[in-house]
Ligand binder design. Structure first.
Ligand SMILES: [Zn+2]
Length: 308
């Protein structure tokens, strides 16, 4: 499907946010398009082999169209609640000045010895450091992010979404652009992480096993099962690439940091099981339509026992 360039209907009051929005089509849209083109096949190949699942395999003429069927749409945001929260909490924050002052603070901390030797200079130094810290604290974007993250399920869907009904992946560029500016995370790697997360959902739900089965009841499974499996597989994907692309790991960790517990619950079981254990457990969970979290943990243990 060919997605059209969709503009936000909400007009942000914060001028830094408005600037990002205005620059999107010329400056950032090419990054989204490039990630989509370059990383979509790599992520899908990794999932096909690690999950043993395939998305719809169409045939066009004599040519097989591998894993077509889940389109990727790039939209401004899911709804305007995040941009509204930024406007309400931080109407005046300037992202460039914020980044510059953070750099100044880090530099000031490194040169404290230079000023400490002279009481007069030390006084000015301490004032400057405190003033810089005050600005950073008062204008931190963590306020709006925390407000969004307190609502279960809304953190990851702030950046992207997978829809069960018509099976497509959406990436939301405004929250991603703001997040990357704020955390100094490279945009392209943040997009790869979110794309990997949403595609994991797509495979778990619509991927066919060798018997042709999908997981129609996935939407009823406990949030910790759905998000835990998506986090597990996207993290494994990151692990498979991080030697060549260390910035990808930094983006993953940045996005994980401060996430709700439905996104971090997998950390409690991920080291207990190998990729093959989880693959077998996933297959059982899908076949038996497991919905309760305790049963999911039992399937993991059962898979390990069967294989070891
Ligand atoms: Zn998710």
């Amino acid at each position: 499907m060919q997605e059209l360039f969709e503009q936000s209907r909400y007009a942000p009051k914060n001028h830094s946010v408005a600037k990002l929005l205005a620059e999107y089509s010329s400056k950032y849209m090419p990054v989204f398009e490039k990630v989509k083109k370059d990383w979509n096949p790599t992520i899908r190949e990794f999932y096909r082999s690690t999950m043993g699942l395939r998305l719809y395999n169409g045939v066009k003429g004599k040519k097989a169209i591998g894993d077509a069927g889940v389109s990727i749409q790039i939209r401004p945001h899911k709804d305007d609640s995040f941009l509204k929260a930024v406007d309400e909490m931080l109407p005046d924050v300037d992202f460039d000045r914020y980044a510059q002052l953070r750099e100044l603070r880090d530099t000031l901390l490194k040169v404290s010895l230079h000023y400490a030797s002279d009481p007069e200079r030390d006084k000015v130094y301490k004032w400057m450091l405190q003033d810089t810290r005050n600005y950073l604290k008062g204008n931190s974007l963590s306020g709006p992010f925390t407000a969004m993250m307190k609502t279960p399920g809304s953190h990851r869907s702030l950046f992207g979404n997978y829809t069960y009904l018509d099976q497509h992946v959406e990436l939301f560029y405004m929250p991603l652009l703001i997040f990357c500016k704020y955390k100094e995370v490279d945009l392209q790697w943040a997009i790869v992480v979110v794309l990997a997360h949403e595609l994991a959902h797509a495979y778990h739900h619509a991927g066919r096993d060798n018997d042709g089965r999908v997981w129609a009841g996935m939407g009823r499974a406990h949030l910790w099962i759905r998000e835990g499996l998506a986090m597990y597989y996207s993290e494994r994907f990151v692990a498979s690439q991080e030697r060549s692309y260390p910035a990808l790991r930094k983006a993953y960790d940045g996005l994980l940091d401060g996430s709700g517990e439905e996104y971090t619950s997998y950390l409690s079981w991920k080291n207990e099981y190998s990729l093959e254990h989880v693959k077998l457990a996933l297959s059982m969970v899908r076949r038996h339509n497991v919905t309760r979290y305790e049963h999911f943990l039992e399937k993991l243990a059962e898979a390990k026992k069967l294989m070891n």
